[in-house]
Design a protein around this ligand. Structure first.
Ligand code: UDP
Length: 330
């Protein structure tokens, strides 16, 4: 007996694909949706043979139709790396705003509960440290990250409006830096960048002086937190992330040690509006969900390194597997 039907948007992406696996393993029927601009079907190809899994190639920024009943919607479609949203800023804004509106409308029509993927970027370059959910943030709306940050802030506002006005069952997860297998090697984010550089025998590029901090959460811990939040009755935003904070320079040193590369660190200019510090306060998740991360960075990095190491050379040397130019022309 199925536990219910779930629509997962962004299903072919890094987090979306792990969520598909989790919901299938929990006994749900899963409908995956993705327009594949940053997602990759290889992440979910193992699910195609299952009768519990269906896939729609669709852009959620356009009207979303799903036939039959739906119990849950997990809205994770969005470009998520700074390089991606610099390349496709309008699509990033649209999926966080119009895409969210479509998903909320669908949830209302189907009487389904919805969880939306928000982000630590709603805090911008935070002046409060560590970041608690009641911090309103320090975001530059017109900077390069504004297209992502403001779309996600709009998403939260729209989701709360559906909750208060339409009494829809909504959940908001604020996701902090997450890593693990199925990240794109060339998505521009720091962990795949450093591991890719080590594997190709290139120097590791630290942006700025490397004193900025991040706090990295292993994907399985994140998925557990998201699952618990969806199943809870808590409608307000919840931070899910690993509070173990590290500077980017220390992180580069850890990757050098892990990979055994003989390359060194080189310094490049810090991108505009790059947050100086980021660390989740997870008291709310602990209290409401009984959740905290279990996988240490040493353990998670090893699994992730083994994954990247197992990829074929053409992936390692390919600059980008998504052809944004083709997409934008359409
Ligand atoms: N970064 C870096 N070298 C790289 C890629 C990223 O030093 O090759 C830095 C980046 O400037 C930021 C941090 O690593 O301070 C995390 O960047 P990422 O793009 O992974 O995500 P963010 O947390 O900034 O959204």
């Amino acid at each position: 007996m199925s536990k219910g039907r779930v629509l997962i948007t962004g299903a072919a992406g890094f987090l979306g694909s792990h969520l598909c696996d989790r919901f299938i393993n929990e006994g749900f029927e899963v409908i995956g949706m993705d327009n594949l601009i940053t997602g990759n079907l290889e992440n979910i190809e193992h699910l195609f043979k299952l009768k519990e899994f269906e896939f729609y190639n669709h852009d959620v920024s356009k009207f979303v139709h799903v036939s039959g009943e739906l119990d849950y919607i997990v809205h994770f479609a969005s470009p998520a790396s700074p390089i991606d949203y610099l390349k496709i800023p309008i699509q990033t804004l649209k999926v966080g705003s119009l895409g969210t509106h479509n998903c909320l409308g669908l949830a209302k029509a189907k009487n389904a509960r919805i969880i939306v993927a928000s982000t630590s970027e709603v805090y911008g370059d935070p002046l409060v440290h560590p970041q608690t959910e009641d911090y309103y943030g320090n975001v530059n709306p017109i900077g390069p990250r504004g297209v992502y940050d403001e779309a996600k802030r709009f998403q939260e506002a729209m989701t709360m409006a559906y909750h208060t006005y339409h009494k829809l069952e909504t959940r908001i997860v604020r996701i902090f830096n997450t890593y693990g297998p199925r990240m794109r090697l060339n998505d521009g984010r720091v962990l795949p960048a450093f591991i890719g550089q080590a594997l190709r025998g290139e120097d590791l590029t630290v942006f700025g002086d490397g004193s900025q901090t991040r706090s990295f959460c292993y994907v399985d811990d994140l998925v557990e937190g998201i699952y618990r939040l969806l199943m809870s009755d808590y409608p307000y935003p919840v931070n899910i992330g690993n509070p173990d904070e590290i500077t980017i320079k220390e992180f580069a040193d850890e990757i050098i040690k892990l990979t055994g590369t003989e390359q060194k660190v080189i310094y490049k200019p810090l991108p505009k509006d790059d947050p100086m510090q980021r660390q989740p306060n997870i008291d709310r998740a602990k209290e409401i969900l009984g959740w905290e991360p279990k996988i240490s960075r040493a353990e998670g990095l090893k699994i992730t390194y083994d994954y990247f190491r197992s990829l074929p050379d053409e992936k390692l040397y390919k600059k980008e597997h998504n052809d944004f130019k083709d997409f934008i022309k359409k």
